[in-house]
Design a protein around this ligand. Sequence first.
Ligand code: PLP
Length: 349
Amino acid sequence: VYTPLFKEHTATVAAKLVAKLNANENPYGPSPKSIKALKDAADAGNRYGWGHLSQLVDMIAEKEGVSKEHIMMGPGSSDLLEKFALVYFMNGGTVLSADPSYMSLMNVAKSVGAEWKGVTLNKDWSHDLDAMEKAITPDTKMVYICNPNNPTGTITSYEKLKDFCSRVSEKVPVFVDEAYLEFVEGEDGKSMVSLLNEGKNVIVARTFSKIHGMAGLRVGYVAALPETLEAVQKITRGGMGISNTSIYAAIASMKDTGFQDASRLKNKEARDYTFGRLKEMGFDPVPSHTSFMIFPQTEYEGREFLNKMMAHGIGVRSFEIYDKTWCRVSMGTMKEMQLFTDALGKVIG
Ligand code: PLP
């Protein structure tokens, strides 16, 4: 049964952290314009949010270059990952993804009886798309791709992934989780959403939790074929879980592209600094295209390492990947990254 991280998050909050770098949150958000919209909208708390939700969906559809029938909203993308897992796997089947990857959808699928098949990443940490395609069987009901991938922070090339999605989605739906795509520079930062206009059966998840800095306000969406969304929404309604105030905040945040650009820039500065410092300290971090980074630490078992970091007021995560213990650190402010590297130096001196 899927155990959410709630307990761990509660523990880290209770520990009064000086740098909370364990949940890939944006340290700069929400945008001041978004906060103002949220406060101004408090009076509308007695109303359901459908009217403004429709306005938000129009804005998202325009940005993505699809119709509003291609969009399903949710209180964060987790809600949509879980809903799709329930609807697609309530009668069993196999879900295919990279291993390691972001396990939310697979964990719920497994809980309702699905089988998970994980495919090892390539040496350069990109998805092994050839192996994934070969692993598809008649029992495969969905392929899940997280790009850039969590927990590794690495990307799969736009062209290769587009080619894969285009071909594979003829056989089985491809769910592409693009939670961190806004942090990727250049061609590889392009979304798979354009495939919807070619009628391809891709399901693209996006979130306001990362670049918009709205993790606690809970807004996300999926772009998919209208018939896909109709089938899902026959069973479970989209948008019902988002509070009216968060809808207003999301509308304001979408308009505030300056805030998004500043987040991207400051995230990159923190990432470059952290990467450089880790290298100087003798660690071997994996180049990241996201708002977090992993590196192996072989000194301690995972829980012991987390406790030692927490004793210095630093919250990070630990993962077991390919027989090694890795630290995943989210990008905070520059000050927080200094505190993190200083504490790390004391823990592993
Ligand atoms: N997808 C990925 C890859 C994530 O890392 C996260 C959160 O960390 C989510 C989805 C869920 O985000 P939210 O539910 O806040 O939209």
